[in-house]
Write a new protein. Sequence first.
Length: 156
Amino acid sequence: MEAEPRRATAADAEAIAALDARVNASPWSAAAVRETLQRAAGFVVHPHGAGLVGFVLFAVAADDCEVFDIAVEPACRRAGHARRLLEAALREAAAAGATRCFLEVRESNTPARAFYGAAGFAATGRRRNYYRTATGREDALLMCRDITGENRSCRS
């Protein structure tokens, strides 16, 4: 049976930050995760009582959702965890009144861009020099998806 995402709590902050540090060039601290969970939302996956294999952090403001961060343990990738996490976030955002969801992704992160594209997100813009890299800075691609099922435009 596949593990279903559950709501993240402040008690998950250390595990979320540790996983993020393993997979993200600009990881969140446990304190930042705890602060985010006080004002936003998240889901985690712990299959069969095992350790944390994935998380998503997101917020809903008015009719918009923003995904801040999503990560899956490298050894657990390609098992549908990221898809289930993203779907859980989008369902909750839609239930809270959001009509579209936004996110940023590193331009060089081809696997993430393909994942988001397959999930219905489309590139809508660019933030120049948004991410730090070992050799300087990198652009972020802005992506958006309608979450109403009505194919509404992500353009304002």
